[in-house]
Design a protein around this ligand. Sequence first.
Ligand code: F6P
Ligand code: MN
Length: 319
Amino acid sequence: MQTLSQVLKASNAPVALQDVLTTTTNTCIDICKALHKGSLAGILGVAGNENVQGEEQKKLDVISNDMLKSDLMSCPAVRAVASEEEDDIVPANTNGEYLIAFDPLDGSSNIDINAMVGTIFSIYHDQGEKPATEADFLKPGTEQAAAGYVLYGPSCMLVLSTGQGVKMFTLDPEKNEFVETQESVTVDKDTQEFAINMSNQRFWSESMQGYVNDLVAGKDGARDKNFNMRWVAAMVGDVHRILCRGGIFMYPWDSKDPTKPGKLRLMYEANPMAMLVEQAGGKAHTHTQRILDIQPEGIHQRVPVILGAANEVDKCLSY
Ligand code: F6P
Ligand code: MN
């Protein structure tokens, strides 16, 4: 079995991109170790602040953000970083060639119950003479040079795309390195499993309610087949399940807070996951367009997300 560094060396990814990926994933190994210590290290619970999105920060949100930020800032290939936990972008090295946006700890409400969380990242190539600005980050997801996540579950896994399919790696804790465990990931076009937070049902659009009603009606309804439902409450866990055994995941627009067009953030949740899902043969849309085609307007912009099995995403959009 090949290690991550062997796979990267054998790929045609530029050396500077390999450096950014190695730095990011090594930091994720450190985050994994911090998570495993849990209460023993006194790192569970709230940090006592809110992030720029008005969400309560957990200690581990802050710790993993600080770890990624500091390691990436000292990687010469990194031009700037953007994070869910930082109000503004953080310029790193003016001569760096890559911008990286990340969600340092996705699904962090799962920390309290010792359930799945992960780190999601999205990398763009960008060179300039001046320190990077937010405007440099505002590129559509189609321009991502690489995207991936590290899932901190029963085993620690890296799922990565540099634009030539999707590979899965598993952390060998003895050797302290990621080892390739699936060379090529594909998502079936059809599915009988969906993921959505049903408690928001009454706030969805009429068409989304109609679609989910038909899923729930199963064999007795218009779809004439039964569906199963799953909800990890961490996007990284739900998308991982889809990459492993298929399905459709939705966090649609809802009317709970009319100022928010969706819950998930485009730059460090929707775009990297959309790249992975598309690279595995699935689809990723808002209710009106392909996610990767969106021209971002801000680093913390939110979008509705419908992704997974291609035919099921089409079916949902047909409502
Ligand atoms: O980052 C936002 C997030 O935690 C996602 O990981 C997850 O899919 C979603 O929010 C969970 O939302 P809810 O609290 O509605 O279950
Ligand atoms: Mn998140």
